[in-house]
Design a protein around this ligand. Structure first.
Ligand code: LLP
Length: 429
């Protein structure tokens, strides 16, 4: 497929061919010597994407819990905590970082289909709710809660066997995914719950998958969960939370697709909330931070192998693995179009020693010169968070723009940082 659609957005915009993020001319960052690649985020976009959720839950008893796995840069966490977001975490380190960034434990939740005891302990110590994914998970949480002499508050993660119609790697609502209790397992567990005094089930959870293009599966799942709410209440559990997970997609095509907005999500579930008097928990990741971020790289050179044209950049799968891992589309542009040559069809690739190392394929772009800047849009979610050090390309810097000001919110990792973990010591058995 060939993608040629121009980008239009107020946060990213062009003036005389030069791309700006808010009031910052992006190519000037390169000419002032900033090392590439790097991620850059827009405060204005973060604010506007948060406001869409704040507006969607107006008048509803709800917590919007940010799934911090999408992007756990502390500057972004502090912003979202300041807006009043809750935090959805999946490890002891995420618990710690969320608490240090100002999220209130009362608005936090730990997930995981394979929680380690260190994760469970961190959640119990912080007093946050845990989702329970399976029968063995329930036994382990109950045992740790007993050891901590506390009562664990739980959400039961239900696998509703509903197809969210997304890439199989990020589809979680079907029974062949590894997540949650099947309805049959819920039935078995109802009995077991009666004899576990160290846990208290407070609600039900499901997360159908990520990059949802419609809210219909969420509506269907809410109905299904409603029947389980009634069943668990009839067993005497004080069920007051319905957690519908995250998953709203964003328009990676930047203009070609119509994606549901948070309002549609709350509309889809509010009948069930009202009927049963439940508090809503939502867990957006991508739709809160995806659009706000971009990956910026520098062109190393342009190459023609007789069959294809390539733009080779210093940005790669080591910073953004989504194109390689999911065949995901991210829009790509040159930072400065006015200085570029003829428009051709390019594969945009990185310098990593794998043919899978591409950021975009068959893209119509003006021919850049070595040293020119290039942007990969919509990289704020699952970009830095999934970066690797493959080929020893170490962690890159991150910047946060607010109007015309720009702050470095993470420095690039150095060889010294890396070598601090090297060791050569005997292990006594
Ligand atoms: N809640 C749970 C239980 C989740 O597993 C996830 C994401 C979220 C919330 C947030 O979902 P979101 O709103 O961001 O779609 N690496 C993949 C996405 C993996 C999502 C994993 N779970 C990607 O780059 O597309």
């Amino acid at each position: 497929m060939l993608y040629t659609r121009p980008v239009s957005s107020a946060v990213f915009h062009r003036e005389n061919g030069a791309l700006y993020l808010e009031r910052v001319r992006l190519s000037s960052l390169l000419s002032s010597g900033l090392e590439t690649p790097f991620f850059i985020y827009s405060t204005a976009q973060l604010v506007s994407d948060w406001q869409a959720y704040a507006q969607a839950v107006r008048g509803i008893d709800a917590v919007v819990g940010y799934a911090i796995k999408a992007n756990s840069n502390p500057a972004i966490l502090r912003l979202l905590a300041g807006f009043g977001a809750g935090a959805v975490v999946v490890s002891d380190h995420e618990v710690r970082l969320a608490l240090e960034s100002g999220f209130s434990p009362a608005r936090m939740l730990l997930h995981g289909n394979g929680k380690r005891s260190r994760d469970i302990d961190a959640a119990l110590q912080a007093g946050i709710i845990l989702s329970v994914d399976s029968e063995f998970d329930l036994e382990q949480i109950a045992a740790r809660a007993l050891a901590h002499k506390t009562k664990a508050k739980l959400l039961l993660r239900v696998n509703p066997d509903i197809d969210p119609q997304v890439h199989p790697y990020i589809s979680t609502g079907l029974l062949d995914s590894k997540f949650g209790f099947s309805e049959a397992a819920v039935e078995r567990t109802r009995q077991r719950l009666q004899s576990l005094p160290s846990v208290e089930v407070r609600g039900l959870h499901c997360h159908l998958g990520s990059t949802l293009k419609t809210v219909q599966p969420v509506r269907d799942a809410a109905r299904l969960l409603a029947t389980l709410v009634l069943a668990l209440r009839s067993d005497g559990h004080p069920i007051d939370i319905l957690d519908m997970g995250g998953g709203l997609g964003i328009d990676y095509s930047r203009g070609l697709e119509q994606l549901p907005i948070p309002d549609e999500l709350t509309l889809a579930v509010s009948p069930v909330l009202r009927e049963l008097g439940l508090r809503l928990f939502l867990e957006p990741g991508r739709s809160l931070v995806g659009r706000a971020g971009a990956l910026i790289g520098r062109v190393l050179g342009v190459k023609d192998n007789g069959r294809k044209h390539f733009i080779v950049t210093d940005a790669s799968m080591a910073q953004l693995i989504r194109p390689c891992l999911y065949g995901a589309y991210h829009h790509i542009d040159l930072l400065d179009e006015s200085v570029a040559g003829p428009s051709l069809i390019f594969d945009v690739v990185g310098p990593i020693c794998e043919s899978g190392d591409f950021l975009g394929q068959s893209r119509q772009l003006p021919t850049p010169r070595a040293g020119d800047g290039l942007i990969v849009y919509d990289a704020g979610a699952y970009g830095f968070a999934m970066a690797s050090r493959y080929n020893l390309h170490l962690g890159c810097a991150e910047y946060l723009v607010d109007g015309q000001s720009i702050r470095r919110v993470r420095r690039a990792e150095t060889f010294d940082d890396l070598s601090r973990t090297f060791s050569d010591e005997p292990i006594s058995l």
